[in-house]
Design a protein around this ligand. Structure first.
Ligand SMILES: Cc1cc2nc3c(=O)[nH]c(=O)nc-3n(C[C@H](O)[C@H](O)[C@H](O)COP(=O)(O)OP(=O)(O)OC[C@H]3O[C@@H](n4cnc5c(N)ncnc54)[C@H](O)[C@@H]3O)c2cc1C
Length: 337
């Protein structure tokens, strides 16, 4: 176990904000986690469990305890002719999991290549890209109750997955800390290529493999998204909003090119990046914060931004989109105050 006081979170958030936490605690196994959770001093503090901080916006220094897991490992649990089932420690880098699966030729997560963050958080966030979400491969999630201290295994249904949503994100539910995830991969991969420029990028390959799809996804993402190692950012700042068909039809009359994806029932999903672009904000900077010039959904730290400045920029984007389209954008990034 590692415990630090007044610890810098600069390398623990991809916006690269130089915030500090009063306490930083890293545990190596479930027993150590249990000891922290039972500790009376810990119970009096506010606390937050983080992964790589690639979806967090720290507004201020953190006054409580930041928890971080060091539970790693990718273990093959079951294998048959069709599938391979892996149990993965929550602190394993998600992209290392994808690289491992692809090296074995197992399909299911190649479209989720190059997404920053850890495996535990990936299951909490229900990460998604290019028509695939982690819920498509999740078998179960192992977690420890922060209030009950007990271990609980969540079936996929109990995770209540939705678009960038799971049981773990609902603050009305008891808090749980994810220790391991279990995913099932396909030995006879079926590829999802109809999103973005994937099919076009892969057209020159007569035979597809998970590795080729991964390479294509990485190439497209590198072209489009800022690299957090060079420019602080947290990927898509807002989720794509859902609106009613009626609202959509009204907007189509005014904006005939408005893109949309059917979202079931009476709803359609609109790309938030398109809405922001239409407001003329793509590539615009304000102080130390910018709207990335290649992707309007990414807010970037141009050097010395603070969390409050980024939040203000996000607010001005939200009100521009609301005024123009009567659509409320919801941050995908979690604000930590
Ligand atoms: C350049 C870039 C590109 C991105 N592209 C995508 C994309 O294509 N698709 C996508 O879905 N996301 C994307 N993201 C967002 C981000 O990578 C994901 O949300 C990722 O899963 C966050 O992982 P993390 O380890 O950084 O979690 P953090 O940001 O540290 O935490 C995220 C949430 O999970 C909680 N948490 C973390 N670990 C645990 C745990 N073990 N137990 C309990 N709670 C925990 C935290 O409290 C927080 O609520 C991108 C981000 C960046 C910077």
């Amino acid at each position: 176990m590692r415990i630090e006081e007044n610890y810098s979170l600069l390398t623990h958030n991809t916006f690269r904000l130089p915030v500090k936490t009063r306490w930083f605690m890293e545990y190596d196994n479930e027993e150590e986690l249990g000891r922290i959770l039972r500790d009376e001093y810990f119970q009096e503090c506010i606390s937050l469990h983080i992964g790589c901080g690639s979806n967090l916006l720290f507004i201020n220094d953190y006054r409580g305890v930041i928890l971080h897991s060091r539970i790693k490992g990718i273990r093959l649990m079951e294998e048959n002719e069709q599938t391979a089932t892996l149990r993965i420690g929550a602190a394993e880098r998600w992209d290392d999991v994808v690289a491992y699966a692809v090296s074995k030729g197992w399909g299911g997560i190649e479209n989720l290549s190059h997404i920053p963050g850890e495996a535990g958080a990936a299951a909490i966030q229900n990460i998604g890209a290019y028509g695939v979400e982690i819920q498509d491969v999740i078998e179960r999630v192992e977690a420890c109750g922060q209030l009950s201290f007990g271990k609980r295994i969540f079936t996929k249904d109990e995770c209540q997955y939705g678009y960038r949503y799971s049981f773990f994100k609902n603050e009305q539910n008891d808090p749980y800390i994810v220790t391991h995830i279990v995913i099932r991969l396909n030995k006879k991969p079926v590829y999802t290529l109809q999103y973005g420029r994937l099919a076009e990028t892969l057209a020159r390959w007569p035979v597809l493999t998970p590795a080729r799809v991964r390479d294509a996804v990485i190439a497209i993402r590198k072209e489009k998204l800022p690299d957090p190692n060079q420019t602080g950012n947290a990927g898509s700042f807002f989720t794509n909003p859902f609106i009613t068909r009626r609202h959509f039809d009204k907007l189509t009359a005014q904006y005939p090119g408005i893109p949309c994806y059917p979202a079931g029932g009476d709803k359609v999903k609109i790309p938030a990046a398109w809405l922001i672009e239409q407001c003329g904000l793509k590539g615009k900077n304000h102080g130390q914060v910018g709207v990335y010039h290649k992707h309007a959904l990414a807010l970037v730290n141009l050097g010395d931004a603070c969390g409050r400045e980024i939040a203000l920029m996000a607010e001005s984007i939200r009100s521009a989109v609301k005024d123009r389209f009567d659509i409320e954008l919801t941050p995908e990034v979690k604000y930590i105050d």
